[in-house]
Write a protein that binds this ligand. Sequence first.
Ligand SMILES: O=C(CO)COP(=O)(O)O
Length: 262
Amino acid sequence: MAVTRTPLIAGNWKMNLDHLQAVAFVQKLHWTLKDAKHDDDSVEVAVFPPFTDLRTVQTLLDADKIPFALGAQDVSAHDAGAYTGEISGAFLAKLDNRYVIIGHSERRQYHAETDEVVAAKVQAALRHGLAPVICVGETSEDLEKYGASAVPVGQLEVALEGVTADADIVVAYEPVWAIGSGQAATPEQAQDVCAKLRAVVAERLGEDAAARTRVLYGGSVKAANIASFMREPDVDGALVGGASLVVDEFAAIIRYQKHVGV
Ligand SMILES: O=C(CO)COP(=O)(O)O
């Protein structure tokens, strides 16, 4: 069975850009891609602004018919109630969010999110019709001790507990040592781990799910290296941090095919 997975280029803004800056950024990105006659169907673009920007960005995407998907950077494991500061998946779904990032290493590291918390958040996202972008990745200490794939594979196995075969999920392999360091993994390293993560999806959710699930690479992705990752058969896109905040750079990443020479 021939499988075509639409590549996904996702911009995780982290704690950057307020709602006014978000409007200027999204409009400029849209114009830049239009000027370049970018084919919107060739790749799915998603932006992940801070919570306080989501309503504004949703309204802009809708009013100007901008073909970017919207996602949040986190979600509560709970649906409603006395959880001060948390955001329900129900609220995110009401704002037309298609995606939510879950288990980013910065959440695991600064907010002590365990694999079990990540799994509960994955369930919360799916309950509300949001596609979780499940982030996994090893630290440099893990890399030294266990090699590249053992920790991310273990994290994904726990995150997929209770997930059904028909679930719409995205997996993002983000080696912690590559995030914001300027030192990306090599395309071969990314391919190796992404293939192993796809095998986990196959084992847990079946071959069909593995064939349709996008597995992204993240960690110091730039316009200059995106094409090398996208050439790998098990890398279906990128989760981009710093470079997703610079319009021309992010537009060039979205237009990576221009660099592949095909
Ligand atoms: O953490 C990341 C995306 O979620 C990657 O960040 P950088 O692209 O800044 O390395």
